[in-house]
Design a protein around this ligand. Sequence first.
Ligand SMILES: [Zn+2]
Length: 159
Amino acid sequence: MTNPPTENVPCPARLVPVEDQPFWDAIDENRFMLAHCRCGAYYARLQACLRCDAAAQSMSWVPASGRGTVRTFVIFDKPYHPYFADRLPYVVAVVTLREGPEILTNVVDTEVATVEIGMPVKMVIRERGGQKIHQASAAVQFGEETASPPVRPSPSRSS
Ligand SMILES: [Zn+2]
């Protein structure tokens, strides 16, 4: 037997700690939400507030802007999982969200060589391997703060 083609390798499953479950439940409903504390702080997971010590249970999940900037990133050009062998290269980045939290994500909708620190991005929800994930789209025009950026439809992929 030879190795199966990579198209048949399942995408690695999401690993969701219990503190992150509300975030991913929202992603599954195509909503990008953050936990919001009464003091104004935001978090991408359910946790006690680092600013005012409020309990995690006191947080409420609210729709977030999804906007942010790339704080740092790495270009992956080797397949660390066989699923990604045909999907190289790709970018893994830390994005600082406008509301404050930092989030680990991919930067998509651009050539990897154009990704740079400080680049504006907008979180989008895409399907990969039958699971919804958040990714940072670089194909977003910023300008008027009141205007909503165009929302690109999720690619419908059967794999
Ligand atoms: Zn707080």
